[in-house]
Design a protein around this ligand. Sequence first.
Ligand code: NDP
Length: 296
Amino acid sequence: MSAHIIDGKEFSARVRGTVADQVKVLREKHGITPGLAVVLVGEDPASQVYVRNKNRSTVEAGMKSEEIKLPDTATEEEVLAVVNRLNEDESIHGILVQLPLPSQIDETAVIDAIAPEKDVDGFHVINTGRQAVGLPAMVPCTPRGCIMMLKDHLGDLSGLNAVVVGRSNIVGKPMASLLLAESCTVTIAHSRTKNIEDVCRGADILVAAVGRPEMIKGEWIKAGATVIDVGINRIAKDDGKTRLVGDVEFDSAKDVAGAITPVPGGVGPMTIACLLANTITATCRMNDIEEATLLG
Ligand code: NDP
């Protein structure tokens, strides 16, 4: 048996198409153009690429995009001043501060300064808390993308055994919380988990968010399980070049799993799509518009 490959590129294009349709309705029916601001501090090459892609996708979806660049010598006060200005700006519905920040800046202080209703990354502790108790919250983009792919593929998730490997604040914990909200029976595994292979073998849904190349092998996976590989790891090839691999050993896993996301081309493309989707959610909540009614 060979697993169904969940195509993140195709699914993310669908989500971005829906977002573009929602933007059209917000502009034409409500007179509102959703606005997303991205703050980049410093010259980190990877961050520059991410920010450029985010801006391009924002504009393609018909939204207003604002990019604020600060030098890597910027002080915490300067970054906070930008965040405060964006908090007050009524044309901006989502604020994202690209991480990591230079060492002189306290990331938590900056995230805490973002107005929770504009926190489209979903990292503010108010959003973390609201999500944990089941109140409407901004949900971190990567876990939101994983849940969308799971529901698209499996439909109702209730009663399924879900194992999340990794307990970071940006992926593992919110992922587990979202799966619980879908009425899965959830186990979180981490570096201290005993018999992790056996834990994984109990999963109908296995989410890997570890950051260890190809750690999860095919024999750890229950036949027919749905595997979501969040990991992005760059490894050296024999010819001296590099390639991206996930946290799951794809070649052995695909012979056992029922469905699996590839790396690249799985979870990765969903993250920007969900950033745009979160900006729609924020725009609707700020303007008392029922998001579900946008597209009828
Ligand atoms: P972190 O390093 O913050 O967390 C890794 C987690 O994995 C920790 O909870 C750690 O456990 C656990 N872990 C580490 N080693 C083991 C092990 N041997 N066995 C079991 N658990 C282990 O990583 P992130 O959550 O930020 O990211 C995880 C991966 O996802 C990375 O590859 C990252 O690049 C990728 N990623 C991809 C995104 C995308 O858009 N597709 C977005 C964000 C991340 P402990 O807590 O005990 O130390």
